[in-house]
Design a protein around this ligand. Structure first.
Ligand code: FNR
Length: 183
């Protein structure tokens, strides 16, 4: 059966390369993965004082959408050698109430990107550090640290066939990873 994948994009920027990559990957596993972007830009900063018996609607909607997914694909830039605050905030929002994390048990994979040479390695691995605590099996490989992203697109369109081939391999591996962890 088709698995539902929530894509979480770590950038809020309109012309985000992360978002463009996410959109390319969305269509790479037809019939296997049904992927949609779950937005994080409207989430209030996590604060236990507002996360009461009646939390903000944005929190509840986000948690419900993550819970409804069979797996999660993170596509993110690197900010100051770590993950963007918006992404960490979304992870924190989805992690509560304690013991009822919406993320729990969801197989996931990470793509990081940068115009620079290191491909967001720092962001990728700081994100990876949170995953065992959230009980999320993270696909070990292929690893995706996409460097030089600034030259890979022409407008919205991916214009690098070698990168397209790699993304296809990555999505195929992720589909197998999700299948293995969801049966
Ligand atoms: C950056 N950028 C960046 N790049 C990098 O390789 N390592 C880094 O540590 C940082 N730090 C950083 C901090 C902040 C606050 C900004 C705004 C940017 C550059 C970043 O990789 C570049 O802007 C990407 O294009 C952002 O990804 P999106 O928005 O295109 O998905």
């Amino acid at each position: 059966a088709t698995k539902k994948i929530a894509i979480v994009v770590g950038s809020l920027r309109q012309d985000s390369f992360s978002r463009k990559l996410a959109k390319e990957m969305m269509n790479m596993a037809p019939g296997k993965l049904e992927m949609e972007i779950v937005e994080i830009g409207n989430l209030p900063l996590y604060n236990e004082d507002i996360d009461t018996a009646t939390p903000p609607a944005a929190f509840t909607e986000f948690r419900d959408r993550i819970r409804a997914a069979d797996g999660i694909l993170f596509v993110t830039p690197e900010y100051n050698r770590s993950m963007p605050g918006a992404l960490k905030n979304a992870i924190d929002v989805g992690s509560r109430p304690y013991g009822k994390a919406a993320w729990s048990g969801k197989p996931c994979a990470i793509v990081s990107q940068s115009p620079g040479a290191l491909g967001g390695f720092g962001a990728n691995h700081h994100l990876r550090q949170t995953l065992p605590f959230l009980n999320m099996p993270a696909m070990p490989g292929p690893e995706a640290y996409l460097g030089g992203i600034g030259s890979k697109f022409q407008g919205e369109a991916l214009a690098d066939e070698s990168l397209r081939g790699f993304l296809q391999t990555f999505v195929d591996s992720f589909a197998a990873w999700v299948e293995r962890h969801t049966g």
